[in-house]
Design a protein around this ligand. Structure first.
Ligand code: ATP
Ligand code: MG
Length: 563
């Protein structure tokens, strides 16, 4: 590829409306152009990267035994009504009307379309298991499209759907897909983690997300140092705390006239935050008053609390409700001697405390030296807090926190879609059986942005080798149009290509400074400079994108380096 015949268009200016490094760099490198909110054109340069990602995904899906097909992006309303998702999918579903007033949607995902395909194509257990996949454009009318192709409205997804006679077969394919995803993200050269997800809304039995680790990621993750345990912070679970020590203090009231937070109380009393207990007042859907207690250094996790018996759709209590049940203002609340019967739920770590400090249910006062079972009844104990960095993991390791970008998702869907769409096959006994399904997504276009988040510096993008638009660019410095320089550069390109490398020749005739800045900005892993001076010395100037200095290498050294 000669860059003079390609279309490269880079800019020095940082685009004003881009926040993330990847968004800025994709615009500056000229990989994408915005057409409208959440809609991006991929330039020839951007498309080269997208196609490389796609190719790796396709190769590994094929290797894993999945078979590629292609479903329409425009899908009829009637099909989506069969699963109830025409309404349930909500605002993200783009609805379209044709000239005959027929209603359609633009596919945000394709469980309906693939299950329709499957119910027509599959009739016998002998055809199972089978895993169909496509690499196809999706549209989701995201509330806040942002960060360029990271959260776009139109994007490229690889979506796969497997069909099974029984659950054991589904579980086996789920594991097979997890292994395939691990190979895909490893080949892409990304630092990633498979993370336990909360499969709540979509339903189904088991699900894991694959996250690229990046500080700018939208998701907070916790992972263990002792195993591959990783989970969204919302779902992460720490080890049980050490057993509660014996009581050593008598309960006593302390004046805390202006101290309304655990921090302030701990400071006043000269104790650690870990000896204090924070009270969060809530009301259940059935109207029951609840006091949720966590240690002063912990935070209540809404999702965990909401999963407890009777706590679905709970809300925070208002001041009138608090005063009526506890007899004090927020800031001085606690579980000891409430005015009315209340439900007390203590986090495991709060329940493991002895001699702790908590609000006295009297304005301006706290109680110190409080002990469960002696000064108040034993509480209902549950895990209701967010994990924090440094928590002990259940596998004995330490929990660390990181941020991640979700690039893939695997689900055991079960039978809900097949049931709704009556997708059955005949089993060995000739009896119709509803098929079990798995689904497996990868955000192909998002991966491009995620890779940049993980790999960039002030000069621009640093592509992992497997995703780079070209692995090597041979830069020609030839102001005098010396035919020997041109010939040497072209020879080198041919030789490197023969070694299987993806190589471009920068023959645009730019001054070295601008040429090198472009090649760095667009993230090419290896740069080789051919110049008159180098030829005279019998060397090429080589620089790895990750190295700070260039080196002069002779032909053999260069070929060995790029081998
Ligand atoms: P998110 O939580 O980021 O919205 P999701 O849970 O809605 O993702 P899935 O329905 O599992 O995503 O879709 C499969 C994959 O498609 C995701 O793992 C992600 O990589 C990608 N994806 C989802 N929404 C977008 C989007 N708006 N722009 C780009 N990629 C997306
Ligand atoms: Mg989403």
């Amino acid at each position: 590829m000669r860059l003079s015949q390609f279309h490269l268009r880079t800019t020095k200016e940082t685009p004003a409306d881009a926040e993330l490094a990847s968004h800025k760099l994709m615009l500056r490198a000229g990989m994408i152009r915005k057409l409208a909110s959440g809609l991006y054109s991929w330039s020839p340069l951007g498309l080269r990267v997208l196609r490389k990602v796609e190719a790796i995904v396709r190769e590994e899906m094929n290797r894993a035994g999945a078979v590629e097909l292609l479903l329409p992006t425009i899908q009829p309303r009637e099909l989506w009504e069969e699963t109830g998702r025409w309404e349930k999918f909500g605002g993200q579903l783009l609805k379209i009307t044709d000239r005959k007033e027929q209603h359609y949607c633009y596919s945000p995902t394709a469980e309906e379309a693939i299950t329709d395909f499957a119910r027509q194509e599959l009739s016998s257990y002998k055809q199972l298991p089978v895993n169909f996949y496509q690499i196809q454009t999706k549209f989701r009318d995201e509330i806040r499209p942002r960060f360029g192709v990271m959260r776009a409205r139109e994007f490229l997804m690889k979506d796969a759907y497997s069909f099974h006679l029984d659950d054991a077969s589904l579980v086996a394919e789920y594991e097979n897909m997890k292994a395939a995803y691990t190979r895909i993200f490893t080949r892409l050269g990304l630092e990633f983690r498979a993370v336990q997800a909360d499969s709540g809304a979509i339903g189904g039995d088991a699900s894991q997300e694959f996250h690229v680790i990046a500080d700018s990621g939208e998701d907070a993750l916790a992972f263990s140092t002792a195993s591959d345990y990783a989970a969204n912070v919302e779902a992460a679970i720490a080890a049980d705390p050490a057993p509660r020590p014996a009581a050593s203090q008598a309960m006593h009231k302390v004046a805390t006239p202006t101290q309304k937070t655990c921090d302030a109380v701990a400071e006043l009393l000269g104790i650690t935050l870990q000896q204090t207990v924070k009270s969060v007042a809530a009301v259940t859907a059935a109207g029951q008053f609840v006091l949720a207690l966590v240690r002063g250094d912990h935070e209540v996790n809404d999702i965990k609390l909401g999963k407890l018996e009777g706590m679905a759709d709970y809300r925070l209590a208002n001041e009138a409700e608090i005063v009526a049940h506890l007899g004090a203002q927020p800031g001085f609340l606690g579980p000891v001697a409430p005015q009315q019967a209340i439900r007390v739920i203590a986090d495991r770590d709060a329940a493991a405390l002895a001699d702790f400090v908590v609000g006295a249910n009297e304005n301006g006062f706290h109680l110190a030296g409080v002990n469960w079972g002696r000064d108040l009844p034993e509480p209902e104990v549950a895990d209701i807090r967010n994990v924090v960095a440094g928590d002990r993991a259940r596998d004995g390791g330490e929990l660390k926190l990181a941020r991640g970008i979700e690039v893939g998702h695997v689900f055991q869907l079960g039978r809900q879609y097949a049931q709704a769409l009556k997708a059955t096959v005949l089993d060995e006994n000739g009896k119709a059986q509803v098929m079990a399904m798995g689904c497996y997504g990868i955000g192909v276009s998002r991966i491009v942005a995620a890779a940049i988040e993980q790999n960039h510096d002030e000069a621009g993008i640093i592509w992992p080798e497997s995703m780079a638009p070209w692995q090597v660019v041979v830069c020609m410095i030839n102001p005098k149009n010396d035919p020997a320089v041109t010939a040497a550069a072209q020879d080198l390109v041919t030789e490197l290509q023969a070694k299987g490398l993806d190589v471009a020749l920068d023959d645009r005739g730019l001054r070295p400074g601008s040429m090198f800045a472009d090649i760095e900005l667009i993230g090419i892993p290896h740069r080789v400079v051919v110049s008159e001076r180098g030829l005279a010395a019998g060397t090429f100037e080589y620089r790895s994108r990750r190295a700070s200095e260039a080196e002069n290498l002779d032909r053999e050294q260069l070929l060995a380096r790029l081998g």
